[in-house]
Design a protein. Sequence first.
Length: 325
Amino acid sequence: MSRKAYHAGSWYTDNGPRLNKELSQWLENVPVSTEDSVPIPVPGARAIIAPHAGYSYSGQAAAFAYKCIDPAFVARVFILGPSHHVYLTKCAISKCTEYETPLGKLTLDIEVINELRKTGHFDEMSHNVDEEEHSIEMHLPYVYKILESKIDSIKIVPIMVGSLSESKEALYGKIFSSYLSDPSNLFVISSDFCHWGQRFSYTYYSDSLNTSINLSRKSNTPLSIPIYKSIENLDREGMSIIESMNHKEFHSYLSKTKNTICGRYPIGVLLSTIDALQSSQESISAETKLPFDTTKPRIKFVHYSQSSQVTRGDDSSVSYASAYV
């Protein structure tokens, strides 16, 4: 069974040559090194966090994450995206054998999907739910593009991540840790950041004194900093916590700010996966008396942008952040 490129022609072009040209241009726009002088592609990059909005908004932002990948080491791609239309309390796997893109088809790794199914912790997406969800689809053209030199040997494992508790994120972290430990596996974590505005029912504002309020559409409250700067400060606080790889602190941050990071559950699973892998490697290091810091992971954000700069209570925006692991 094949999944159609359901959002092609609306969220991004369905013209293959045009799409290829757009992706190429966005990737070419990415510098050859990060702001802290790490070369791109990033040596040892094993996962990325990247947005999933329409390409006219987030195509360039996503390129910063995808350019960090060294295709030479990748054989399989796990794509973890949030569910926007269906409420789930677990993660869900696809029934399809291939996913279509305007660039070509991607093959699903049925063997790995069956391994996940056997754990008893995964639901199955219906074909309609699979096609209607955009959080995974928006990454497929980039996966195809960045790995096109070896695309016939690449397999993907799409995972729809439901609304998980902290303990369930930890459970899935243990399941995925053995796959993250394999250097031929790449993890793509799909997430936009703050969705700000009345249409998102989120108008959190915090000034330079760290006092926070919710702005009304016609709020007359004097603002010490522009709204878009408050949004950026809010996002960067979350990004800093993600970089610290502190799973519990990330949950505390979300509980405090209610930041509308739509991929918060996939990010939580990523942090839990790193936790589980570190614990496993620490045990090995203790047994073999090897220094653990030789395998210490790192998350680093390399790009941040907003769809627009909000200055009034009746404006809205979505934020996009890209990172490598």
